[in-house]
Design a protein around this ligand. Structure first.
Ligand SMILES: NC(=O)c1ccc[n+]([C@@H]2O[C@H](COP(=O)([O-])OP(=O)(O)OC[C@H]3O[C@@H](n4cnc5c(N)ncnc54)[C@H](OP(=O)(O)O)[C@@H]3O)[C@@H](O)[C@H]2O)c1
Length: 238
């Protein structure tokens, strides 16, 4: 039986991915801060779920807690890091920026590093991060969120380069969703909002194929292409 860890498995895409993996006969360790949701998921899904109360911003205790989960599972074939925090922040409120950076940059960097090195020590595995289409270019609606997602996308590419060059045996996938109908998707002007199950199914299919990058849903590849080519004056009008 294959084994996975999902960081941020209490809701949204992380939870939906846990449900798919269990249906496909995986054992899955899920983490998050909300103990009641972890308990509810375990009670609903059953024995194939292990849970860990874990906050990626608690840097002192993070590695040790993740080691416990890793040890409980024994070996880990797949790590998915889904945790994230988003807030519209056109007024550049510092409290919001700080939480975004502490979660999506510092906490994520600590988590990526530790779990990637665990897979490296094990000698194999698949490492998946969920960045965002927002990683592509700057935007005026949530500046630190986009910048943090660019950090994640760049970091994931670097981990892939490391693994390939040094033959570490670790596949690295960057998932870049557009809008997905979760608690996180907020604000006006959203379009092509995908149901969470559809997004999770596409992520699962792409991960099983060992893809480097997965756009969710698939048509967001077109937006990614446009954003990559768009001149700055176009972004300034959005
Ligand atoms: N929904 C979208 O439109 C969209 C688009 C592009 C990218 N994304 C990315 O997709 C990922 C998943 O988000 P989602 O849409 O599924 O939203 P979600 O339902 O809000 O899920 C966010 C997950 O992150 C966890 N989390 C938040 N802060 C955490 C912390 N400090 N420590 C540990 N876990 C933490 C939450 O668990 P607890 O609260 O229990 O800790 C929850 O499980 C995020 O990285 C997000 O940036 C989402």
């Amino acid at each position: 039986m294959k084994k996975a860890i999902i960081i941020g498995g209490t809701s949204g895409m992380g939870r939906a991915l846990a449900e798919i993996l269990v249906r496909e006969n995986w054992t899955v360790g899920i983490t998050g801060r909300r103990r009641e949701l972890l308990n509810e998921i375990k009670a609903t899904i059953g024995n194939q779920i292990l849970t860990l109360v874990h906050d990626i911003t608690e840097l002192e205790s993070s590695d040790k807690k993740l080691d416990q989960l890793f040890d409980e599972l024994g070996t880990v074939d797949l790590v998915i890091v889904s945790s994230g925090y988003a807030e519209i922040n056109r007024k550049l409120n510092w409290d919001i920026q700080k939480t975004v950076i502490e979660t999506n940059v510092v906490g994520i960097a600590k988590t990526y590093q530790h779990l990637f090195l665990k897979l490296k020590a094990q000698g194999y595995g698949h490492f998946v991060g969920i960045s965002s289409i927002a990683s592509k270019r700057g935007n005026r609606h949530c500046p630190s969120y986009g910048a943090a997602k660019a950090f994640q996308a760049n970091y994931l590419e670097s981990l892939r380069c490391m693994s390939k060059k040094k033959n570490l045996g670790i596949t690295v996938t960057d998932v870049q969703p557009g809008f997905v109908d979760t608690a996180m998707a907020k604000g006006p002007g959203m379009f092509w909002v995908a149901p969470v199950e559809k997004a999770a199914n596409q992520i699962y299919a792409g991960v099983m194929k060992g893809k480097r990058k997965i756009y969710v849903t698939k048509r967001w590849r077109l937006i990614a292409w446009v954003l990559n080519l768009a001149p700055s004056w176009v972004l300034e009008k959005m």
